[in-house]
Design a protein around this ligand. Structure first.
Ligand SMILES: *[C@@H]1O[C@H](CO)[C@@H](O)[C@H](O)[C@H]1NC(C)=O
Ligand SMILES: *[C@@H]1O[C@H](CO)[C@@H](O)[C@H](O)[C@H]1NC(C)=O
Ligand SMILES: *[C@@H]1O[C@H](CO)[C@@H](O)[C@H](O)[C@H]1NC(C)=O
Ligand SMILES: *[C@@H]1O[C@H](CO)[C@@H](O)[C@H](O)[C@H]1NC(C)=O
Ligand SMILES: *[C@@H]1O[C@H](CO)[C@@H](O)[C@H](O)[C@H]1NC(C)=O
Ligand SMILES: *[C@@H]1O[C@H](CO)[C@@H](O)[C@H](O)[C@H]1NC(C)=O
Length: 284
């Protein structure tokens, strides 16, 4: 599947060049726009507007690098990637703090990867970039059109980690990566990988649920104001090798009983606000 998807992308890239003089044959679902931005096989990434309030995911880099040659005397890049939904549920705020960065081989790229890191710390086993819309690697991410980038290509969208500094911090809100369990863009069960400029994997860490802000009263999932019904949320995109289903995305399985009265709605959102505040305190 992956091979054929890649082949498609490569073929599409070829037709793009050809399109300047001739008419490109209409590709099945891939389109490459005149601006040079790629659209995923499943379309552009959709903005997720119902990320759950209060949940905090954190990936903390391990003590030792996966690529041992990066730190011949032991050690690793130190720091973490903390992710929490915007208070209004639209987008996820990332806070990144790193130190002891390598002195060579930069600028460094970092991405969300499909699989979590196994016990033995094997960064290769995290497989490909988290790419639920199957955008592929045929061209670089165009920062001006983040919806056309792989959901997991955070450094592509927000910039590489520069070479020449021991420490680096960044904070931004990404509209496409999601902390909502059940949709393809969910990354809470996946990982982050930091690469050299030549793509060699230096280190990686799985995301862990650090604060479960739901407090037993999960925000309503089928509230009309909170859902992004109408947006395509590819599901089952646990890896980037799945073929597009073409069909309707399956809705996330309900994980909490829907509140039945306005009162419980209020209680739920009250709890969410408290949990969010707790999450902020936690991060400070
Ligand atoms: C994807 O986004 C790009 C940039 O905004 C746009 O040119 C292109 O038409 C979009 N593709 C689809 C299928 O919406
Ligand atoms: C949600 O909050 C973010 C800031 O956290 C803001 O940039 C965005 O415009 C808000 N979106 C809506 C729909 O209110
Ligand atoms: C990638 O770059 C690093 C740092 O310069 C180097 O140690 C490593 O050997 C390179 N990997 C490949 C495959 O060239
Ligand atoms: C690491 O993962 C890759 C990909 O799954 C696998 O091919 C390799 O054998 C693994 N290495 C170790 C030491 O587990
Ligand atoms: C992660 O969660 C998504 C959505 O809930 C699911 O489709 C995917 O299979 C999960 N991936 C892993 C590696 O557990
Ligand atoms: C990738 O997804 C496909 C389709 O959902 C599934 O058949 C396959 O087992 C998955 N592979 C991995 C490594 O999760």
């Amino acid at each position: 599947m992956r091979t054929s998807a890649l082949a498609l992308l490569v073929a599409a890239a070829g037709t793009h060049v050809a399109a300047q003089t001739t008419t490109a044959p209409a590709g099945p679902t891939v389109s490459i726009t005149p601006g040079g931005v790629d659209t995923g096989l499943r379309g552009n990434a959709t903005v997720v507007t119902n990320n759950p309030a209060g949940k905090v995911y954190k990936a903390t880099l391990p003590k030792d690098a996966f690529f041992k040659a990066a730190y011949p005397e032991g050690g690793n890049i130190e720091g973490s990637f903390v992710a929490v939904a915007s208070q209004n549920g639209t987008g996820v705020n990332f806070k990144i703090k790193l130190s002891n960065l390598p002195k060579t081989g930069g600028p460094f790229m970092y991405h969300l990867h499909v699989q979590p890191v196994p016990e033995n710390g094997n960064c290769t086993a995290t497989l490909a970039h988290h790419d639920p819309f199957i955008r592929g690697e045929a061209s670089l991410c165009n920062k001006a059109y983040p919806e056309t980038c792989q959901v997991g290509d955070l450094s592509g969208k927000y910039g590489d980690i520069p070479l020449g500094s021991d420490t680096w911090e960044a904070e931004y809100t990404d509209a496409y990566a999601s902390t909502l369990e059940g949709i393809g863009a969910f990354f809470g069960n996946r990982s982050i990988v930091v690469h050299y400029a030549n793509k060699t994997r230096i280190t990686c860490a799985s995301f862990k649920l650090e604060v479960d802000g739901s407090g037993g009263a999960a925000p309503p999932k089928d509230d009309e104001e909170c859902t992004s019904a109408g947006h395509a949320h590819p599901t089952g995109a646990s890896n980037s090798t799945v073929a597009p289903t073409g069909g309707r995305p399956t809705p996330p399985a309900p994980s909490a009983p829907a509140p039945t009265a306005a009162g419980s709605n209020l209680r739920a959102s009250g709890a969410a606000v408290v949990a969010f505040a707790a999450a902020i305190m936690f991060m400070l």
